[in-house]
Design a protein around this ligand. Structure first.
Ligand SMILES: [Zn+2]
Ligand SMILES: [Zn+2]
Length: 384
């Protein structure tokens, strides 16, 4: 990722200079800046700032990778100006060589067949979202989630988001672009459609980011529960022993057992509260990227039905879109095609009903099973 870190360094240097800082490159792959007073606060940085962008850091430098919170701090510096950025990327798509093989490699439909109908040069728009999450239970975890969609088809572009961001930061790739006419670009999504997509896309991505954190939390909770259980079992056994031997006051031992039982339940409730997980999500930035692509049109056939699906091959990431999951917007995995409307969904979007065990499409019936009517709590984005 040397390329990415170089671009990030250039971007940071240009931004800081533009905002009035004195900037000097330092080795290896870093920069030193003298920040005027008005920059120190939004950047949460001292007057003399040293940043390192590669694995090896200059002496005393803070690490600024795309994973660090520096992307976010620069975002804050851009403020509302940077909330929604628009870039056009200059990258002509070369003709695709092994188009059949590329498609075969990317498209796994469990219950449908397809044929290639067309390939063409085209333009598309991608939306990339950057969210900050804060997860709090007995510990705290913070991080950044980046994901995006291709607006032509709703394909999740998570695997190429970093590359796209890096290209967008690279001025050379964006300044000489002749932007296409609006009619050549996919239309804006309605607010409702976009909101639905983001709310369904987020939970699965948050869960993936927090997997380790949640596992660690579960282990600590289990350990605490075990200890508690052991302690109160000891108390109970002791009281029972006394009761059996008819030593002491039986009524008093019974009260003691009951009190211990209540205390145990209360302590378990306390633990559950202590390990209760709350996750806050906050949008940091939305970027729109316009890019040239090689567009492939497939005709998908399921029983007697037929529909078209376009997939874009992006020349920057050198990747073809995965078929979208029109339910949860996950990037990976295979897809199922529904019988009625030929929606394309990931397997959880066509999972069996928990009551009658028959499969159905969640895009067709998001609220209840169409076969038995059982209501389903919208399992947003539980896709994997
Ligand atoms: Zn459907
Ligand atoms: Zn059912």
């Amino acid at each position: 990722m040397t390329d990415t870190s170089n671009r990030f360094r250039d971007f940071a240097a240009r931004l800081l200079e533009h905002e009035g800082a004195l900037v000097e490159p330092i080795e290896p792959q870093g920069l030193e800046a003298m920040l005027p007073g008005n920059l120190q606060q939004p950047l949460r940085a001292p007057e003399f700032l040293r940043l390192g962008f590669a694995a090896e850091l200059p002496t005393g430098a803070d690490r600024a990778s795309l994973e660090s919170d520096w992307l976010e701090r620069f975002g804050e510096l851009l403020g509302e100006r940077g909330r929604r950025l628009k870039f056009a990327i200059n990258a002509a798509a070369p003709p695709l060589g092994h188009i059949e093989r590329t498609v075969e490699h990317n498209v796994a439909l469990q219950n449908a067949v397809y044929r290639l109908s067309q390939t063409e040069q085209a333009w598309t728009r991608y939306l990339i979202f950057i969210f900050r999450y804060t997860a709090i239970s007995d510990e705290k975890r913070e991080g950044i989630i980046r994901f995006g969609f291709n607006l032509i088809n709703g394909s999740a572009i998570d695997p190429m988001v970093d590359q796209m961001l890096a290209s967008a930061l690279d001025e050379g790739a964006t300044e000489t672009v002749t932007k296409p006419a609006a009619s050549q670009l996919p239309a804006d999504w309605t607010t409702e459609r976009l909101k639905k997509a983001v709310t369904r896309a987020l939970p699965v991505r948050v869960r993936a980011h927090l997997g380790q954190f949640v596992n660690g939390m579960q282990r600590r909770l289990d350990r605490d529960l075990d200890r508690l259980h052991e302690y109160f079992s000891g108390l109970r056994e002791e009281s029972w022993r006394k009761l059996k031997k008819a030593k002491g006051d039986a009524a008093r031992e019974r009260l003691r057992i009951e009190a211990a039982e209540r205390e145990y339940q209360a302590k378990v409730a306390d633990l559950k509260q202590k390990y209760d997980l709350r996750v806050n999500l906050e949008p940091v930035q939305t970027l729109e990227l316009i890019s040239q692509v090689q567009r492939v049109t497939l005709v998908i056939k399921r029983r007697k039905g037929e529909r078209k699906l376009t997939l874009d091959w992006n020349p920057i990431a050198r990747r073809l879109d995965s078929p979208p999951c029109e339910w949860s917007f996950v990037a990976e995995g295979s897809r199922v095609v529904c019988d009625d409307q030929l929606h394309i969904v990931s397997p959880p979007g066509h999972a069996p009903c928990p009551q009658c065990d028959r499969e159905y499409c969640r895009v067709c019936s998001p609220r209840r099973c169409p076969k038995c009517g059982k209501e389903e709590k919208e399992a947003a984005g539980s896709g994997n």
